[in-house]
Design a protein around this ligand. Structure first.
Ligand SMILES: [Zn+2]
Length: 103
């Protein structure tokens, strides 16, 4: 299993698999029950908290599942990433696995 240090994540741009940019990772918080949440500073300067459960991949960007995106494996996995070969929904512009742009 891949593991990440805070330095690997803080400062990275957070992008939804649909292509929408959420902002930049500012900090990481965790609670005693094991939950990890990314604190992301949005374009409007407000902090958004994104639970790690929504993060699908970390590479040069942090890729998160969009609000409306189906759970992985649900349906719609029509294409494969041209970089890592992971299957992904055809309409998604960023690979949920490796986080690279498909355009
Ligand atoms: Zn990929």
């Amino acid at each position: 299993m891949r593991s990440f240090r805070k330095e690997d994540v803080v400062g990275k741009t957070v992008i939804e698999t649909s292509g929408a940019v959420k902002g930049k990772v500012k900090d990481i918080v965790f609670d005693l029950s094991g939950g990890v949440t990314f604190v992301v500073q949005g374009a409007d300067g407000k902090d958004v908290q994104i639970p790690l459960l929504k993060v699908t991949g970390i590479s040069e960007h942090v890729v998160v599942r969009g609000e409306a995106a189906p759970e992985s494996g649900a349906s719609g996995y029509g294409t494969t990433c041209r970089f890592c070969g992971a299957s992904k929904p055809a309409e998604e512009r960023w690979c949920p696995n490796c986080g690279r742009s498909q355009t």
